[in-house]
Design a protein around this ligand. Sequence first.
Ligand code: PEP
Ligand code: MG
Length: 322
Amino acid sequence: DKAALEAFRGVATKTADGKQVLLVANIGNPGDATAALEHDAEGVGLFRSEFLFMDAKELPSEEEQFSAYQKVTIAMKDKPVIIRTLDVGGDKEIPYLDMKREDNPFMGFRAVRYCLNNPEQYKVQLRALLRASAYGDIKIMLPLVTTLDEVRQVKALVETCKKELDAEGVKYNQDIEVGTMVETPSASLISDLLAKECDFFSIGTNDLIGYTMCADRGNDRVAYLYNVYQPSVLRSLKTIIQNGVKQGIMVGMCGEAAADPLLIPVLLSFGLTEFSVSAPSILRTRRTISEWTMEEADALTEKVMSLETSAEVRAALQAAAK
Ligand code: PEP
Ligand code: MG
């Protein structure tokens, strides 16, 4: 099987009838870029920048962050690299940020909420990202967005940082793209509005499933509810992808579901154009994509979207799997 997979190295990622999509990797630290390339990733779809913060004893400086982002983008050559700004809180704790204990951290003061309430601190990361964008194709991505205002506020901060860098004579990519994770039910429901304000979407199914089903991904007792085959989750994915496609922006997915061979035909049919998966899943995902024509994927998806339970959906996808 390993040898068979090697046939998918070095080729474009296409469906059986030739529709091309982008197949990129999720990474956690700059060193992972090498593994991503070894597994033939076409770029990075999610660099979880919180690892830079979690491995440190205090806030990483602009220089430290710049050098990490620059390292990734240089390693990836001219390939696209989506870097997500700090996604702190929930299951991701950073002791020195000295955040208050909350009864309900998954619905609390976290991610883009925390960052927008600490704009001077957030600007350090945005400036580092802008500076690194002079060395490759870096895109900025926001975590846990729930409102249009959050996106507008981040974009305003990016503009402030650009002006500062201009005044200092520092180079950066003027046209740097700013996009958002779509990983909350609110973002999904206003994805038509967000699509007008964002350069791209990346769907975070890990959180989206949890928030849609009100089921913590780490809780065994509600694990039976936590899956991507739930009709509510599928309707949400369809809404997000179609709203993005309608607006002409790239819609990708960086949650685990992007590598689920059962779900891939459905994602193709909805119009997903970027799949971001763990490095070891790259070649296998490229093969799965190559096994489907759009006509087959559309027919299967039409059938699946008429089913009423996650068990029926899973069974139908399993029966159709190649
Ligand atoms: C997600 O929520 O799907 C995601 C990719 O982000 P994380 O797993 O880091 O929360
Ligand atoms: Mg998430």
